[in-house]
Design a protein around this ligand. Sequence first.
Ligand code: BEZ
Ligand code: FE
Length: 296
Amino acid sequence: MPSPSTTPDRELFSEERSAEVVAASFAGTADPRLQTVLTSLVRHLHDFVKDVELTEDEWGAAIGFLTATGQACTPTRQEFILLSDVLGLSMLVETVNHRTGGTATESTVLGPFHMVDSPVRELGDDIALDGKGVSCLVSGQVTGPDGDPLAGATVDVWQTNEDGFYDVQQPDVQPAGNLRGLFTADDEGRFWFRSVVPRYYPIPDDGPVGRLLAATGRHPYRPAHLHVIAAAVGHRPVTTHVFVADSPYLDSDAVFGVKESLVREVPEVDDAARAAQVGLANPFRTLTFDLSLLRD
Ligand code: BEZ
Ligand code: FE
């Protein structure tokens, strides 16, 4: 039995100090931020295991679930981001990184269906290429934080069709570029285009994330929304949605993306002259969404 004075100067793994022992193994990490993130991650994971007294079967099931999540990923499907979405992590990261203090349009999740090269459109164009849905005039103004109009701002939009699918999910069914477009605002920062009233739809639920939703009694639906990325020189771009006020699922979005400030009514306009002016059949619906960007 060694005397205390000859006890080696080392700390081996123990239940009580498990996180500290593992954190010490990161002492040689060259990147200080990586060390901070890993240390915190390990602390929270170890706390979690102790909190629920995780069984070996549960640990095995978790590994199996994460493996299946990875295996469900393809070049066109990112099941890990979907997992992050339904756990509210994507929204939390988005919110923490884009605090506005109430001074600008709030952001929400990008989602997996944005096209980097959105089809370039002219103001007034009709983006509903499949002829389905309830016609809607979408318009708004992009301004800076003081209400100054941002001439030439870009407004990138995308939404599902009436059947609840994005064009990229149905390449053999929908025309390419259906219900998406990249617009350039006019000299007053105003934009307008023809589309259809957005529809609610389910996120992809035929994989491990869908099984998680089912196991927890959750539905896979997102409330009706139009995605928008607005950008202007000298300002921070915003990635957001506008939600339809009377849509189902506003209070139970599968990915927690709804913010009250982003919900809008979509009233009907019954005005034959106005309908002819904008190129829609009378009556039609209108969705107005002004966006305010913070300065860089
Ligand atoms: C979307 O709104 O397009 C979306 C967001 C998160 C997960 C799936 C879809
Ligand atoms: Fe969406």
